[in-house]
Design a protein around this ligand. Structure first.
Ligand code: SF4
Length: 74
């Protein structure tokens, strides 16, 4: 199954991911970083299974992240 992986520690909270894909992202009020909604924490990464239909948009989000802390595996 395709996955989004978020290296949250290095997120700078620019909000682009939320603007592009609000169904998957929100900005934390606690620390100002993006949170991948529904993801599971494994070691230092947040991982979320996504349906095939969302891969293309998720890849676009990953490309737009200025610090490249989003990866999509399909
Ligand atoms: S686009 Fe990247 S840096 Fe910006 S809030 Fe999302 S994960 Fe963080």
């Amino acid at each position: 199954m395709p996955k989004i992986v978020h290296y949250r520690d290095r997120c700078i909270g620019c909000n682009i991911c939320y603007e592009m894909q609000p169904e998957y992202w929100r900005l934390s009020r606690k620390d100002g970083k993006a949170t991948l909604i529904g993801s599971k924490l494994k070691k230092d990464t947040h991982i979320l299974d996504i349906p095939l239909v969302d891969v293309e948009m998720s890849q676009a989000v990953a490309e737009h992240c200025p610090v490249k802390v989003i990866k999509v595996f399909s």
